[in-house]
Design a protein around this ligand. Structure first.
Ligand SMILES: [Cu+2]
Length: 175
């Protein structure tokens, strides 16, 4: 469990670096990179939400987790406050961390800060959106739709791809 959690971010960072090189190349490749991101990327104000995904739940589960990357290209900090999703009665911003070999989870009541120029990643074992009161659970291959709410940028409509139970990443973003 621990090994998996720690091994993952390295792969993802490599992907991010490749993305940055592509963006820097020219206006033409910038357009290409934007086209590649397509439905995987949502912009609201100075924020870009990338590769949102959720994890399928066992049948009957009432809670689930959703993940994404959020980039702040602005000059002011903003905060992810929560949102609303079809099929879930609540959406909370949570942080998971290891303490004395025990995974602990807490709600970030003041939201999750995204500093200017920073990309914050929500991922299994770390920051995540906690979906509560799921009506039918989350099924692999389906889409989860709704909105995210930011303190300054406001709300944005979003669609989460649903990856298999136990997935450590969205999968669809690894080309
Ligand atoms: Cu949680």
């Amino acid at each position: 469990m621990l090994m998996t959690l720690w091994a993952r971010p390295r792969q993802r960072q490599a992907g991010r670096r490749a993305g940055a090189v592509l963006m820097a190349a020219s206006a033409i490749s910038f357009a290409a990179a934007t086209a590649l991101a397509q439905s995987d990327s949502y912009t609201v104000g100075n924020l870009t939400v990338e590769a949102p995904w959720a994890r399928a739940t066992p049948a009957g589960a009432k809670v689930g987790g959703a993940y994404m990357k959020i980039r702040n290209a602005g000059a002011e900090p903003d905060r992810l406050m929560g949102g609303s999703l079809t099929g879930a009665s609540g959406v909370e911003v949570h942080e998971m961390s290891m303490s004395n070999n025990v995974m602990k989870m807490r709600q970030l009541k003041d939201g999750l800060e995204i500093k200017p120029g920073q990309t914050v990643e929500l991922k299994p074992g770390g920051y995540h959106l906690m979906l509560t009161g799921l009506r039918d659970g989350l099924k692999q291959g389906q889409k989860l739709t709704g909105t995210l709410r930011f303190e300054k940028a406001g709300t944005v409509q979003i669609e989460f791809a649903i990856a298999p139970i136990g997935a450590q990443s969205g999968g669809h973003m690894q080309h």
